[in-house]
Ligand binder design. Structure first.
Ligand code: ADP
Ligand code: ADP
Ligand code: ZN
Ligand code: ZN
Length: 967
């Protein structure tokens, strides 16, 4: 389609054609000005592995995502027909003069975005789609109710099977009429008689229909009509065919062949015993239906295995695999403990009527079972709690209703909001009993490939699944169907292992993956698609990867590139930079001090560039120094968590010496997050009286009296409101408003601190409600934001803006950088202290009023750290950080380490989960998990100093650490 702007708009189709014809050899960017980019001109070579690096906040994402990718998206949408375009959100054109030579662009980022809660590793990589096809086409079907194998066979095939029996075999052909149903079945018997049949097998006994026994209506019966009695020998073919047809008609597609082997018959006759137990039954079905249960399995299709479709999803949990229910472990938190203490707990929070009702019947129950205590205490408590939770069998007259039922009833009727909230706290995600957590209808679980259901296949780790599929062999016709399917599955599993994810189970839900894991899973899909001439853009794919797996990731990116695509990676990892074909260094600083291309070329060229800070680190001109002395651990002053069993943890006991900088290391999937984030952190927080999710299983936690509080510092944003910013988050804004309220003008006008808030009416501009911007909706065009016409973007009303402090109004303060603000507020020591600590973490370039929503993860993390640093604390705080180097350049890491060491110098404990070797080498104490990921991990391999770890030849982390410790 014709483009409106000759300099930059090429459609994806054109881009594809161009990529193929390679009229361009590079993506050529001219005049990029997104966010802080300073009119950047840059050429990114096609078909290469290109790394963009630079300090945090220098503009790497602004260039790669907000400029190149945004333009790729926009060009793609523009290439669609006008008709299709009306259904898509219009994308704003990035602030750039032109981008030429753009290839079709795929962005593989870390943010799951709009995640489907049903999405899993298998669905995300499309492995599940191929698996569904495999199950539907080549699976062995058996009845999900009785387990009977179901083979759909034609009458010819059945006849062939029976004729292959030994000559002389006696054969009964039966038509199943009634299968295990209660009743007298007079009608059914009459129908058989009317059909001209005279014999039947009733509950296993052959009889004449006229002499049939009277059936007990309250019992279940099985009735099969005898269609024929035949002896297998040459010449019976046509009679057999007729009988089979008749039987299948009466049996609604099913028939039973009951036969007696002539050899066995002869033996029985010689020994004079009865042949009764020697007859064998074989069920046949001409339909895809279970001959026993009449369950129709005819419609086994790929969608039968989809938990996203009503055809496949478990009707109870709607394909989620779990239900939001009262959690027995929350209702009775100390199950298994002694009865004396256990009895009280479950009543907590129950409304008094409920309590009385339950207690009265429970006491009766207890007295009755009193003697059982001595007999078998643990069996008794188990049955006690089961009764307590689920009540007693319905037959009992004086039935005790279980707590679970009572709670459900109460929740269903409670109108009081506070009470509902209280009850909700006892609920959790409980595995669905209907489908056993498989998410699927039972029919789907009757289908197996090599003995495994689709659920069992996806419960395996990627390692195990790869071995399973390697061992799968088909022949002939099946082989032709299987081959392309298996190829797709195997290549994806291979790739996932290659990027260090072999430990993940295929059924693992995507929303439980870390950002780095999620990104690498998505990469498998991109690779599986096998497209060429594509521009892939990735954001720090090395996150969460141990050095061991990093090489494999680089090799995987190479595969993409050698397939003819351009791979553009925003990355800080040193090994990745060295491996790149082309390296682009953005800088020199962050924010307004960045936004320029400092160097671009081969890694060697950049390393030799005296202007490039990245180059200085790459060449070794600049380094992060190994600490000259480390703090010594006092294992008597430590926190010890014992008996941890979350996920893959193998009954781990970890001792964390206090007052040190501690790094928890180990390959991805070894259990670091399971131990720290899922067990230790919530257990500590709860023990210190804070609010945290339920900690994962552990036996004990000691030493908590040695600390006052636990603070987790993550990279999550400071708040989703565009009204929050670094100044509001750190509490600076409140203080600055007070300063304005103390000025002479403010006092004369009677302005309190609130007057200087852009969040409440009074001092703010009411046209834009303090936002400074106005949104203008344009029907078919993107919304645009223009400065508010009333306040021209100043956010406050004219009267408020009259008030000046040291010559500046409150709006001008918001525009001030933190660096400038330090001198400006020198008379207010508490304001200055916070500002200085923001500078210390390298955020001096931020404007006080920059909305939180525009801060990067690394910037948000450092705002949080600075807030902590500025706080007067006791030196008994336990800080927890998960991969704090995410998004950080060498030089940012140097700054970050300075901050962490400062916290420890004040007596605090800082624990980080890290892969970055510069951080690991700077720690006082290391706890290394391994030896591998998943089932192959979950143990503490080492605890001690970096030097000690590096001296262990067989330790993976030690191996990579060693070269860094040589002075
Ligand atoms: P990097 O990826 O190198 O860490 P970014 O490209 O994310 O850096 O950010 C570059 C600068 O632009 C930073 O100062 C950041 O705060 C700022 N910035 C990022 N996003 C926005 C936005 N949506 N609006 C305004 N400024 C932004
Ligand atoms: P690490 O932090 O060292 O990368 P994790 O503690 O995240 O390792 O994972 C350890 C093991 O536990 C892995 O096999 C992982 O797949 C498994 N695991 C982690 N979280 C979950 C979860 N929410 N559900 C199921 N398995 C999990
Ligand atoms: Zn279910
Ligand atoms: Zn306004």
């Amino acid at each position: 389609m014709p483009s409106q702007n000759s300099s930059s708009s090429i459609s994806t189709g054109e881009a594809l054609a161009l990529a193929a014809g390679s009229e361009y050899s590079a993506i050529s960017i001219r005049g990029a000005r997104t966010h802080n980019l300073q009119n950047v001109d840059l050429d990114i070579p096609h078909g290469k592995l290109v790394v963009i690096t630079g300090p945090s906040g220098s503009g790497k994402s602004s260039l790669a995502f907000d400029t190149v990718y945004a333009e790729g998206q926009r060009q793609y949408i523009e290439s669609l027909s006008v008709y299709s375009r009306q259904f898509l959100t219009q994308l704003q054109r990035p602030d750039v003069d032109s981008i030429d030579g753009l290839q079709p662009t795929i962005c593989i980022d870390q943010r799951p975005g709009n995640q489907n809660p049903r999405s899993t590793v298998a669905t995300n990589t499309e492995i599940y789609d191929y698996l569904r096809l495999l199950m539907a086409r080549l699976g062995d079907v058996s009845c999900h109710q009785c387990g009977e194998p179901v083979r759909h066979q034609s009458l010819d095939q059945i006849q062939e099977a029976l004729l292959s029996l030994a000559e002389g075999t006696k054969l009964l052909i039966l038509a199943p009429i009634v299968r295990g149903r209660k009743g007298q079945h007079a009608e059914a018997l009459a129908t058989v008689r009317k059909a001209g049949l005279v014999r039947a097998r009733i509950d296993g006994q052959l009889c004449e229909l006229d002499a049939a026994p009277q059936l007990d209506a309250r019992k279940a019966h099985t009735i099969e009509a005898v269609v024929d009695r035949i002896v297998v020998r040459p010449g019976v073919n046509s009679r057999l065919a007729e009988s089979l047809q008749l039987a299948a008609r009466h049996g609604d597609g099913a028939l039973v062949a009951c036969y007696l082997d002539p050899e066995q018959e002869k033996q029985a006759r010689t020994t004079g015993t009865t042949t009764e137990g020697l007859w064998t039954d074989r069920l046949f079905s001409t339909k895809y239906a279970c001959p026993n249960c009449q369950v129709n399995l005819a419609e086994i299709e790929p969608r039968t295995f989809s938990f996203n479709s009503p055809y496949g999803a478990c009707p109870k949990c709607e394909g989620l695999g779990h239900l939001n229910q009262f959690d027995p472990d929350l209702v009775v938190p100390i199950r298994g403990l002694s009865l004396a203490s256990g009895v009280v707990a479950p009543w907590a929070g129950l409304r008094s009527a409920t309590v009385k009702k339950s207690r009265a019947s429970l006491e009766a129950f207890l007295t009755e079972h009193d003697k059982a205590k001595d007999a078998n205490w643990s069996d008794f408590t188990e049955s006690f709690f089961t009764q307590l939770l689920y009540g007693e069998p319905a037959e009992k007259t004086d039935r005790f209703v279980g707590l679970m039922t009572l709670l459900e009833q109460e929740l269903a009727t409670a109108t009081d909001e506070a009470r509902r909230e209280q009850l909700e706290a006892y609920r959790g995600q409980i595995s669905c009993q209907e489908c056993g957590g498989s998410r699927l209808r039972r029919e789907a679980l009757g289908v197996r490939v090599a003995g495994k259901t689709i659920h069992e296949i996806t419960q395996q780790s990627i390692y195990a699944a790869a071995a399973f599929f390697q061992g799968l062999h088909y022949a002939g016709h099946d082989q032709q169907i299987a081959k392309p399917i298996l190829q797709e599955i195997r290549s994806r599993l291979g790739f996932l292992q290659q990027v260090g994810l072999g430990y993940l189970t295929l059924a693992r839900s995507s929303d439980s993956l870390s950002g780095g894991e999620f990104q690498r899973v998505r990469l498998a899909t991109g690779i599986g698609a096998g497209l060429a001439g594509i521009l892939y853009i990735l954001d720090e794919p090395s996150i969460g990867l141990h050095s061991r797996d990093n090489d494999r990731l680089i090799a995987a990116l190479r595969d993409l590139q050698t397939n003819g695509s351009t791979v553009l990676v925003v990355e800080h990892d040193e090994a990745m930079m060295h491996a790149a074909d082309w390296l682009i260094d953005i800088g020199p600083g962050a924010g307004s001090q960045g936004g320029k291309v400092i160097a671009a070329g081969t890694p060697a060229e950049v390393a030799a560039d005296p202007l490039s800070l990245t180059g200085a680190y790459l060449s070794g001109r600049q380094t992060i120094a190994v600490p000259t002395n480390r703090r010594t651990a006092d294992l008597a002053r430590a926190i010890t968590i014992a008996g941890c069993t979350a996920n893959n943890l193998q009954n781990v006991t970890a001792t964390i010496p206090l007052g040190l900088l501690i790094a928890v290391t180990g390959v991805s999937g070894s259990g670091k997050s399971s131990l720290i984030n899922e067990t230790l952190a919530p257990a500590l927080i709860r023990k210190l009286g804070g609010v945290a999710p339920k900690p994962a299983a552990h036996a004990s936690l000691v030493g908590t009296e040695l600390i006052d509080k636990v603070i987790e510092i993550d990279q999550r944003g400071l708040g989703r409101s565009p009204r929050s910013n670094a100044a509001t988050y750190t509490g600076l804004w409140d203080e600055i408003r007070k300063v304005f309220a103390t000025t002479k003008e403010a006092r004369q006008l009677g302005y309190a601190p609130n007057r200087f808030s852009f969040n409440v009416a009074g001092g703010r501009c009411e046209t834009c409600q303090g936002q400074g911007l106005q949104r203008i909706e344009m029907n078919f065009l993107p919304d645009i934001f223009v400065p508010c016409p009333t306040c021209s973007g100043q956010r406050f009303n004219a009267q408020t803006l009259q008030v000046l402090y040291r010559g500046k109004n409150i709006a001008e303060i918001l525009e001030m950088s933190i660096d400038e603000a330090v001198g400006f507020f020198e008379n207010f020591s508490h304001i200055e202290r916070t500002l200085v600590s923001l500078c210390d973490v390298g955020l001096g370039y931020l404007k006080l009023g920059q909305p939180s929503t525009t801060l990067s993860g690394g910037e948000a993390q450092r705002v949080k750290l600075a807030t902590e640093l500025a706080r007067a604390e006791t030196g008994r705080t336990f800080y927890l950080l998960d991969e704090p180097t995410t998004g950080l350049h060498f030089d940012d890491i140097r700054l970050l380490l300075g901050v962490l060491q400062k916290l420890v110098d004040r007596g605090n404990t800082v624990l980080v989960i890290e892969h970055n070797l510069d951080v690991i080498k700077s720690a006082d104490w290391l706890i290394d998990l391994g030896p591998d990921g998943g089932d192959g991990g979950g143990q503490i391999m080492f605890a001690g100093t970096p030097e000690q770890l590096a001296s262990l030849p067989e330790n993976l982390t030690g191996k990579f650490l060693k070269p860094l410790l040589k002075h």
